[in-house]
Design a protein around this ligand. Structure first.
Ligand code: DC
Length: 228
């Protein structure tokens, strides 16, 4: 069994890379950011303040999150039965996710869900605290990063490709603000685990990143004498 924890700041390419690796190795992929985004979306839709710990905490008992794999559309996330996989990919949902993710009750709620998924099966899980908090004994930990400018540029292209309106300068400001929020919060801040491999993707492309990580996984499996 190999559990791969991929952490890093927003826009470093974690989810695209993790998704591809999971597909190539036929193992499960868990996008923990999508879980925070779904909670953020729920709170936004209720018209509540995503930074208000008491209001957000009250919402948790009304939230049911399910992830399911759909062969045609890949991993989907359901918020109280509704497929919100697309609705959570907006700048508003991104900021709401970052806000709710600083609230300890939200982290505790999702930690339980994530740790249950990470029990006894090979998987790739990406987020901010996977190697430090969720799976501290993961067989392989990667800290994926890139310069704020290149991360903002990638996000910009993603929005444009989906036909959403986007402005590079605004995205860059958002990236910098979320980096700051995610790494300075008290509850499980974004940081590289001591035993994580640092991979900076500013100057390497998607295929190279996927190849490098797959090599690391195969080497680790060999070293541990286990199958994937
Ligand atoms: O990876 P993402 O952009 O989809 O994540 C959205 C927000 O959720 C991000 O600002 C930080 C938060 N997050 C977190 O705090 N811990 C995780 N394991 C995953 C995401």
């Amino acid at each position: 069994m190999i559990r791969v924890a991929i952490d890093g700041p927003s826009g470093a390419g974690k989810s695209t890379v993790a998704k591809q690796i999971a597909k190539d190795l036929s193992i499960i992929y868990v996008d923990t950011g999508a879980m925070y985004r779904s909670i953020g979306l729920y709170v936004l839709r209720k018209g509540l303040d995503t930074k208000d710990a008491a209001q957000v905490t009250d919402c948790l008992s009304n939230i049911d999150l399910q992830t399911r794999y759909d062969p045609a559309n890949g991993q989907r996330i359901y918020l109280n039965g509704e497929d919100v996989s697309e609705a959570i990919r907006t700048p508003e949902a991104s900021m709401a996710a970052s806000n709710v993710s600083a609230i300890p009750a939200v982290r505790a709620f999702l930690l339980e869900l994530q740790q249950t998924m990470a029990k006894k099966q090979s998987l790739v899980m990406d987020g901010r605290d996977i190697g430090t908090v969720v799976i501290p004994d993961a067989e392989l930990k990667i800290f994926l990063t890139a310069s704020p400018e290149s991360r903002a540029h990638r996000r910009y292209l993603e929005y444009v490709q989906k036909g959403q309106s986007a402005e590079y300068e605004e995205i860059l400001r958002d990236v910098i603000q979320r980096d700051h929020q995610d790494s300075t919060r008290v509850a499980a801040p974004l940081r590289q685990a001591e035993d994580a491999v640092l991979l900076d993707t500013t100057t390497i492309n998607f295929e190279q990143t996927v190849t490098l990580i797959k090599q690391m996984i195969l080497e680790k499996a060999k070293e541990l004498g286990c199958s994937i």
